[in-house]
Write a protein that binds this ligand. Structure first.
Ligand SMILES: [Zn+2]
Length: 227
């Protein structure tokens, strides 16, 4: 091992490169036949750069890891982290208990991802439906069918016939963000574009929409994968 480097990867390549990953892990990539002395000299010459990059990357959040469904693991739900408990008996496999967290039946850990996906899907449907009903009654929107999908990069969409689709990942973000996405898609039932009139309507319905929108932009891409 070379001091200051966490991992060395030898492969069929011509040049030596150094990368510092979010969290600060430093990886050296080298040609198959590279000599240790050459690598050491390379790293020494880059010492200042490594220190600066490590400092910068240490403060970046780590890329999210898939859940492992082990005791005590924290699960993101409505913008907060709740502990997972493995229990002897849990009829539905997985449930959420207020004040306790998630309870998963021992022996169902292999199905954890599927159970959590189903939970998030049901919760997203319940919460989106509540906001849809509320704002439809308040502002006279007439949304079509509601569908929940597993989109990774799109929170919601509105079809030409005004059926609304929402990502089940909305159950992971703060409620204010889910509310904003529902309002956003509801406003698309009147304006199928992102023009000034559209944003004017969003602001009229939800004056503080910029805060949840900024949260989604900043953190939305860094949620743990479910499936
Ligand atoms: Zn839109």
């Amino acid at each position: 091992m070379i001091e200051g480097v966490d991992e060395i990867i030898f492969s069929k390549r011509k040049h030596i490169t150094l990368t510092v990953q979010p969290g600060g892990k430093t990886v050296l990539r080298a040609p198959l036949r590279a000599k240790e002395g050459t690598l050491r000299a390379f790293v020494e010459a880059q010492a200042d750069w490594i220190t600066r990059a490590q400092r910068r990357m240490a403060s970046l959040p780590l890329p999210p890891k898939p859940y492992r469904f082990v005791e005590g693991e924290e699960i993101l739900y409505m913008g907060a982290r709740y502990p997972l408990h493995l229990v002897e008996k849990q009829k539905s496999g997985l449930t959420f208990k207020e004040g306790l967290g998630f309870c998963l039946a021992k022996g169902r850990q292999a199905d954890g991802a599927k159970l959590l996906e189903n939970f998030m899907r049901a919760e997203t449907r319940r919460l989106c439906q509540a906001y849809l009903s509320h704002y439809a009654a308040l502002k006279g929107f007439k949304p079509g069918a509601l569908r929940i999908n597993n989109a990774k990069t799109r929170w919601g969409s509105c079809s030409a016939r005004n059926s609304l689709n929402f990502s089940l990942r909305l159950a992971m973000v703060p409620l204010a963000c889910l509310e904003y996405v529902v309002v956003h898609e509801l406003c698309h039932t009147q304006y199928h574009n992102h023009g000034a009139a559209f944003w004017g309507l969003v602001e009229e319905v939800l004056p503080a929409y910029k805060t949840p929108r900024a949260w989604l932009k900043k953190y939305g891409g860094n949620l743990p994968p479910i499936s």
